[in-house]
Design a binder for this molecule. Structure first.
Ligand code: BV8
Ligand code: ZN
Length: 253
């Protein structure tokens, strides 16, 4: 894969460098994490120091946790559904809609988020690696349904077979949906530019998409408040709130 820009001028402002990458590219893939929704008022995992009702999230967001105490897990997810129901997309989400309009089917949005805000903002091709707060899956008949964001019963049951419903979310120690994962990997192989936005890049296999993009010759740009596990793979780091940095970048195109 040829590099769109042969010789970067090390003094060039990082925003201009990122804008140049975009100007010369036909394909752009984006990976987002909780940080893109922070400015919509949704706490990130790190901000909530990974605890919920004094339970480590890894304890609540696991199949073992659901086996052990489905009521606790549904309280966790009903609370998240309620807070997401109040949230609106922010300028960072809207900038990604503008980028999809610019690159059309050369654009792929891959998200670790389960809040549905990219779709609500207007993105059309969204790969939800970790599922969605809106969807439930029946633990008996497997039926998957979009139930919006209004509160569900304390222990919701399947209208088809009355089996216990679970959130259609990928918990820790669970496999990602194969078709979604393969589409994400294919988009990362294909892209000339790769944005990694608002993620601490510690959760696998999603975090592995960043070195994969690098190895396949894409120009990699990080949007975050701080450096992360992904930073070492990036050509450019744009540090500041994504809701401000993304519109700033678009205004230079
Ligand atoms: C898997 C759904 C294969 C839940 C999530 C033992 C056995 C099995 C697997 C493992 C194991 N030990 C470790 C693993 C692997 C494990 C993993 O990676 N663990 C980590 C913690 C080390 N992964 C898995 O289990 C995956 N499955 O490996 O299966 C397998 C199967 C069986 C046996 C063996 C292997 C499943 C991973 C999916 C887990 N589910 N979500 C839910 O959401 O309710 S992941 C969950 O955490 C979220 O979805 C989210 O994706 C992730 C948190 O990551 P971030 O999005 O990055 O959020 P974070 O708060 O961390 O960072 C926010 C960032 O934003 C920060 O950098 C901050 O600076 C920045 N920021 C803040 N504000 C702004 C901003 N940036 C810009 N602007 C701002 N305004
Ligand atoms: Zn069922």
């Amino acid at each position: 894969m040829h590099h769109p820009i042969e010789h970067d001028d090390p003094l060039e402002e990082p925003l201009d460098r990122a804008a140049n990458y975009l100007r010369d590219a036909q394909t752009l893939a984006v990976l987002t994490g909780a940080g893109i929704s922070a400015e919509s008022g949704i706490p990130t995992f790190r901000a909530s120091d990974g605890l919920w009702e004094n339970h480590p999230i890894e304890e609540v967001a696991t199949p073992e946790g659901f086996e052990r105490d489905p009521r606790l897990v549904w309280r966790f997810y009903n609370a998240r559904r309620a807070s997401v129901a109040q949230a609106q997309p922010n300028p960072g989400h809207r900038a990604l809609v503008a980028l999809e309009q610019r690159y059309q089917d050369g654009f792929t949005l891959i998200t670790q988020n389960v809040d549905g805000l990219h779709t609500l903002a207007g993105n059309r091709s969204v790969l939800e690696l970790h599922g969605s707060l809106r969807r439930t899956r029946c633990t008996v008949c497997g039926d998957i349904a979009d139930r919006g964001l209004e509160p569900l019963d304390e222990l919701p049951h399947c209208p088809k077979c009355s089996g216990l419903l679970r959130p259609d979310i990928v918990w820790f120690h669970e496999m990602l949906p194969q078709d979604v994962w393969l589409s994400a990997v294919e988009a990362v192989y294909r892209c000339q530019v790769f944005f990694v936005i608002g993620t601490s890049a510690v959760v696998c296999p999603a975090a592995g998409l960043v070195p994969l993009a690098r190895r396949n010759g894409a120009r990699v740009v990080e949007f975050n408040l701080t450096r992360t596990e992904a930073s070492r793979y990036c050509d450019v780091g744009l540090y500041g709130p994504a809701g401000e940095m993304l519109p700033k970048l678009l205004s230079r195109l």
